[in-house]
Design a protein around this ligand. Structure first.
Ligand SMILES: Nc1ncnc2c1ncn2[C@@H]1O[C@H](COP(=O)(O)OP(=O)(O)OP(=O)(O)O)[C@@H](O)[C@H]1O
Length: 210
C-alpha cells in the first residue's frame, strides 16, 4: 500500500456547544503523524465523539485550530458494523473501489490484501457478510475503510460491542493499519485499544476551566 506522509496537529483546541454551556475540553495540543495512532478516551459525555467530528471537519472548534499536512480522504468506522447481509464479505470491502470505476477483478485483489492486513484471510472462501462474527464484521469495516487508501481513519468505539477475544483481534488490526501510514484516531474506553495505540488523550483527566 502507498505510504502517506504528514501529520494531524491540534493546537489549543477547545469546544463548547453554546456560549453559556460548559467547556467539554480546552487547551488540547496533540500531533499524530502518519503511521501513528492515538486513542481518545474518557468517560461517557466527556467529548470523545465531538472531538472526532471536529477532527473530521464537521464541527468547528470554539477555540484553537487543526492543521492537517496530509493529503487524501478521511474515513470513518462506527461502532456497529453494517453490510449487505447476503453479499460476500470480500465484496463489501471492494464496493468503494468499484464505485470509483475499478474492475471487479482489481477490486477483489485489493480486498483480499486488505482482509489479510486485518487478519481475515479466511474470507477468501466467499462467505456472506451475515455469517461473520461481531469481531470479524468490525475488522471487515476497517478493511473497507482502507480500500480508498485514506490519509486519516477515525474509529468510534470499535470494541464496545465485542467480547475480549474479538476485541483483541480488532485492536491488532488497528495497530497493523496505523503502520501502513494512515493517521488513525480511535475513540475508546477499552484499555487494550488504548494500549494498542502510540499515544492517548484522556479527556476525563483534563481540567475544565470556565
Ligand atoms: N450538537 C450538540 N449540541 C449540544 N450538545 C451536544 C451536541 N453533541 C453532543 N453534545 C453533548 O456534548 C457532550 C459530549 O458528547 P460526546 O458524544 O462527544 O461524548 P462522548 O465522550 O463521545 O460520549 P459517549 O462515550 O457516551 O459516546 C454530551 O453531554 C452531549 O450531550
Amino acid at each position: 500500500m502507498q505510504v502517506i506522509e504528514g501529520a494531524v496537529k491540534l493546537s489549543g483546541l477547545g469546544h463548547r456547544f453554546t456560549a453559556t454551556s460548559h467547556w467539554l475540553y480546552r487547551n488540547i495540543d496533540l500531533s499524530i503523524a502518519s503511521g501513528e495512532s492515538c486513542a481518545i478516551t474518557g468517560p461517557s459525555g466527556s467529548g470523545k465523539s465531538t472531538l472526532l467530528t471536529t477532527i473530521a471537519g464537521w464541527v468547528t472548534p470554539t477555540e484553537g485550530h487543526i492543521e492537517k499536512s496530509i493529503s487524501g480522504t478521511t474515513q470513518w468506522v462506527f461502532q456497529n458494523p453494517f453490510g449487505v447481509p447476503k453479499r460476500s464479505a470480500i465484496d463489501q470491502v471492494g464496493f468503494p473501489l468499484i464505485a470509483r470505476g475499478e474492475s471487479p477483478e482489481a477490486a477483489d485483489l485489493v480486498s483480499i490484501e486488505l482482509c489479510e492486513l486485518v487478519g481475515l484471510s479466511e474470507l477468501r472462501d466467499g462467505r456472506p457478510f451475515h455469517a461473520l462474527s461481531g469481531g470479524e464484521a468490525q475488522r471487515l469495516m476497517l478493511a473497507r475503510a482502507l480500500a480508498t487508501n485514506p490519509a486519516m481513519l477515525l474509529v468510534d468505539e470499535p470494541t464496545a460491542q465485542l467480547d475480549r477475544a474479538s476485541a483483541r483481534s480488532v485492536n491488532s488490526a488497528i495497530s497493523a493499519i496505523s503502520k501502513t501510514g494512515t493517521v488513525v484516531i480511535v475513540a475508546s474506553h477499552d484499555p487494550e485499544t488504548i494500549a494498542a495505540c502510540n499515544q492517548f488523550l484522556d479527556l476525563g483527566k483534563r481540567s475544565h476551566p470556565k
